[in-house]
Design a protein around this ligand. Structure first.
Ligand code: AMP
Length: 283
């Protein structure tokens, strides 16, 4: 695996390899099995795989965990290399934000970037789209892979890429989970064993929420409120729990047709750590 620590090195490596079909896996590092599943899926889609590792200041709000975010470069290199990554791109801030992160004109994620996760983290998705825009420009991938765990993110990325990079294929990969169903996350580094055990209640509550909505063919808000109560009782403080239609992220209409693709989305806080999860299902 070639490690490119700036954009100039990346361009030299890409020019040497001269392969047009290249799959990009953008990450912020502290690699876990979810990231590696994306990388393996990338290898199936293109002869050249590139993982990027960049903790993007623009997607963290004031008072969030940018400074504390786990940075484990050596272990990440080893994990990506073992998974068969061809190029690991670790850009410098000047490569991503030539005018400095604070001065960078941001890409607006719009109303759907301000709901759910975006309502709790104002500007977060603008930061995500801005860094991805730059990574897509620098890498010029044919494919870019994202995890279903960040459902709203992949929704917004698809919509943005369709407009700004129409030839780029966005691929979404299922969420990698522990045996108990907990969605893997780099932020688990912040949790102790007791908190990790408590977090295992999260996904079963989402599964129960989806089952109740299916059973009653609706009552979206009432069941989401039940799930919030269950999360609280399990020691997980919900930031939001919502049922949305999967292809628009809008609240489903009352009486919407059986078979409508829905998604239950939630974020919880465990101490100062936030965890996200979601579950797609059909009404
Ligand atoms: P991050 O490093 O957290 O920014 O995540 C990089 C990519 O990995 C994003 O596309 C995430 O959606 C994806 N990802 C994170 N956790 C998981 C997981 N448990 N399963 C699948 N993909 C994941």
């Amino acid at each position: 695996m070639k490690i490119c620590t700036d954009a100039a090195a990346l361009h030299r490596a890409l020019a040497r390899l001269n392969r047009q079909a290249r799959a990009l896996v953008p990450t912020m590092g502290h690699v876990h099995e979810g990231h590696l599943a994306l990388l393996r899926a990338a290898r199936k889609r293109a002869p050249l795989t590139i993982a990027s590792l960049y903790v993007n200041p623009l997607q963290f709000g004031a008072g969030e965990d940018f400074a504390a975010y786990p940075r484990t470069f050596d272990a990440d290199c080893e994990a990506f290399a073992r998974a068969g990554c061809d190029i690991l791109f670790c850009p410098q801030e000047r490569d991503i934000y030539p005018q400095g992160a604070a001065a960078e004109p941001v890409i607006r994620s719009g109303a759907k970037g301000r709901m759910l996760e975006g309502a709790v983290r104002p500007g977060h998705f603008d930061g995500v789209l801005t860094v991805l825009n730059r990574l897509f420009q620098l890498v010029a991938p044919s494919h870019a892979l994202f995890g279903a765990k960040d459902f709203q993110q992949q929704f917004l990325v698809r919509r943005f890429a369709a407009r700004a990079f129409p030839d780029l294929q966005i691929v979404t990969i299922p969420t990698a989970r522990t045996a108990a169903g907990l969605a893997l996350s780099s932020r688990h580094a912040y949790l102790d064993a007791a908190q990790l055990a408590r977090a295992e209640a999260f996904f079963p509550i989402l599964q129960e929420l989806a089952a109740q909505v299916q059973r009653h063919k609706g009552r979206f808000v009432a069941h989401a409120n039940d799930a919030k109560r269950q999360l609280k009782a399990a020691g997980l403080a919900p930031d939001y729990v919502a049922i949305r239609t999967a292809d628009t992220l809008d609240a489903p209409r009352r009486g919407c047709a059986a078979g409508t693709a829905l998604v239950a989305l939630a974020a919880v806080r465990l101490g100062t750590t936030r965890l996200l999860d979601n579950l797609s299902f059909a009404l």
